[in-house]
Design a protein around this ligand. Structure first.
Ligand code: PHE
Length: 452
C-alpha cells in the first residue's frame, strides 16, 4: 500500500543533501574531534579511515540498495524479503529512542551556546573562563533540561511536517553554509601560533596507540557518523528513483561526512594546542575551545553566532532522521496518526533523556556501575545497537537478499559496477567478521562496566 503513493525525492541532489544531513551532525563536529583527543590522535584517525573504507562505505551502498530495491522503510524492507528478519526494524526503533535521548542533551548544549554567543558571553580566550562557562552549564540541571526540551520540540516540529518539506528545504540551505564556516574556522585554527603540534597530533599516527579500545571506538564512530545501523539510509534510499546512480551516491555521502569530520578536527585540535587547552578534555572540548578561536578572529562574535546556529541545524537534520525512524514505525506499521505518534514518541524520548542530562551534574547518582546514564545511552546506541544493526545489515544483504540481487539493483540505472566482486567480498566476509570481533568485545566491556 505504501509503494504507489510514496513521494520520491525531488532530485538526487535532494536525497544527497538529506542523507548527508542525517550523517553530518554532532557526530562530526562535536564527537569526532574530542574522540580523536581521547583516543590518541592520529592513530585513531587512521583506524577510523580504514574502517570507513573497508566497512562503512560498503555498508552505505548495501543500505541504500536495500532501501531502493524494496521501496520500503527499514521495517518493511527486511520484512518484505524475509519475515523472520522483522526484528531488525524493531531494533532500529529502540536505537532511535536511545540515541536521541542523549543526542538531544548535546543539542541542548549547542542551543545554550547559541544564546550565549548572541549575548556576547563567549568572547574570551581565557581557558579558565571558558571551562567555567561549560561547567556552569553542566552543573545547572534546569539549564540542561530546558534546552534539551527546546531541542526536542524543534525536532518534533520538523518531523510532524513530513519528509520532503522538513528535510529537503533545511538541508539545502544549511549544509553548504556549515562547510564554508568550518573551513574558515579551520584556517584560523591552523594558522594560530603553536598549532603545528596539534596538526601533527591529528595527522601523524603513533601506531603503538592502536588498542582494541581504540578500534572499538573508531568503529562505533564510523557507524554513528554515517547514520548506519538503524535503518536511516535504508529508509532514505527507499525514496530514490530507479534511475539514480547508487554507486556515486553511496560514495559521496561517506566522503562528505568524513570531510566534515576532518575539517572539524582541524578547526578544533590545532587550536587546542595553540591556545593551551587540554586535548583529552572529552565531551566539552568543542564548547571550550572554539569560542577562543572565534575570539582570535576579526568579527569573532558574528562567526561564533553563525557557527552555533549552523551546528544547531546540522544537529536537527540528524535528530529528525532518528525520530523519523521511530515515528514511521508507528505510522507505517501500526497505522497510527503521524502527529500524535511524533508527539508521543518525542515526549517519551525527552523523558528518557532527562536522566542522561542529569547524570552529568557533579555528584549525580544517575549511574549504573561505572557508567553515567549519558555514557550508557552513548555506548548502548553506538557500540552496541548501531554496531549490531550494521552486522545484521551485512549478513542480510550478503546472504539473504544476496549480493547478486543487490548488484542487479545497483546496475538498474544503466551503470556497470566494475568493483562488484570486491564489494561482494567485503560485504560477505570482511564486514561481518570485522564487525563481529569488535561487537563481541563491545558487549563484554559494556556489561563489565555496568557491573563495576
Ligand atoms: N550521524 C549523525 C551525526 O553524526 C548521528 C546519527 C546516528 C543520526 C544515527 C542518525 C542515526 O551526528
Amino acid at each position: 500500500m505504501e509503494t504507489k503513493t510514496r513521494e520520491n525525492w525531488s532530485s538526487k541532489a535532494g536525497f544527497i543533501l538529506a542523507a548527508a544531513g542525517s550523517a553530518i551532525g554532532l557526530g562530526n563536529i562535536w564527537k569526532f574531534p574530542y574522540s580523536v583527543g581521547t583516543n590518541g590522535g592520529g592513530a585513531y584517525v587512521a583506524v577510523y579511515l580504514l574502517f570507513l573504507v573497508l566497512i562503512g562505505t560498503p555498508l552505505m551502498l548495501a543500505a541504500i540498495t536495500l532501501g531502493r530495491k524494496t521501496q520500503l522503510s527499514v521495517f518493511g524492507a527486511y520484512k518484505s524479503i524475509d519475515k523472520r528478519w522483522s526484528f531488525v526494524g524493531f531494533l532500529a526503533v529502540i536505537c532511535g529512542f536511545v540515541i536521541l535521548a542523549f543526542y538531544s542533551s548535546v543539542g541542548g548544549w549547542v542551543l545554550y551556546y547559541f544564546k550565549n554567543a548572541v549575548m556576547g558571553n563567549l568572547n574570551t580566550k581565557d581557558p579558565k573562563v571558558l571551562a567555567g562557562i561549560f561547567s556552569n552549564m553542566m552543573n545547572s540541571p534546569a539549564t540542561l533540561i530546558v534546552y534539551q526540551l527546546i531541542f526536542m520540540a524543534l525536532t518534533m516540529l520538523i518531523v510532524i511536517n513530513g519528509i520532503k518539506k522538513g528535510i529537503e528545504v533545511t538541508s539545502k540551505v544549511m549544509m553548504p553554509g556549515l562547510f564554508i564556516l568550518l573551513i574558515i574556522i579551520a584556517i584560523r585554527s591552523v594558522t594560530l601560533e603553536g598549532s603545528m603540534e596539534g596538526i601533527k597530533f591529528l595527522l601523524v599516527p603513533d601506531f603503538s596507540k592502536i588498542t582494541l579500545e581504540v578500534a572499538k571506538n573508531a568503529m562505533a564512530q564510523v557507524f554513528f557518523s554515517l547514520s548506519i545501523g538503524m535503518g536511516v539510509m535504508i529508509t532514505y534510499g527507499s525514496y530514490l528513483d530507479k534511475e539514480v546512480n547508487l554507486l556515486s551516491t553511496a560514495v559521496s555521502i561517506p566522503a562528505l561526512d568524513t570531510l566534515a569530520a576532518l575539517i572539524a578536527g582541524f578547526a578544533t585540535i590545532p587550536a587546542v594546542f595553540a591556545l593551551g587547552f587540554e586535548v583529552g578534555e572529552g565531551p566539552g572540548l568543542m564548547f571550550i575551545t572554539l569560542p577562543a578561536v572565534f575570539a582570535s578572529m576579526p568579527l569573532g562574535q558574528i562567526f561564533c553566532i553563525a557557527f552555533f546556529l549552523m551546528v544547531t541545524f546540522a544537529a536537527l537534520t540528524s535528530s529528525m532522521s532518528m525520530l523519523e525512524i521511530s515515528v514511521s514505525y508507528f505510522v507505517d506499521e501500526l497505522k497510527k496518526d503521524r502527529k500524535k505518534s511524533t508527539l508521543a514518541v518525542g515526549i517519551v524520548i525527552f523523558l528518557m533523556g532527562i536522566p542522561a542530562s542529569l547524570s552529568l551534574v557533579q555528584g549525580s547518582s544517575f549511574y549504573i556501575g561505572s557508567l553515567s546514564f549519558f555514557d550508557i545511552y552513548d555506548k548502548l546506541s553506538s557500540n552496541i545497537l548501531l554496531t549490531t544493526g550494521a552486522f545484521l545489515l551485512s549478513i542480510f544483504v550478503a546472504w539473504i537478499l544476496t549480493t547478486k540481487e543487490a548488484v542487479k539493483e545497483i546496475e538498474l540505472s544503466g551503470i556497470r559496477f566494475k568493483l562488484a566482486p570486491v564489494w561482494s567480498f567485503l560485504v560477505k566476509y570482511v564486514v561481518p567478521i570485522g564487525v563481529f570481533i569488535i561487537l563481541f568485545n563491545s558487549y563484554k566491556d559494556f556489561i563489565i562496566a555496568l557491573l563495576n
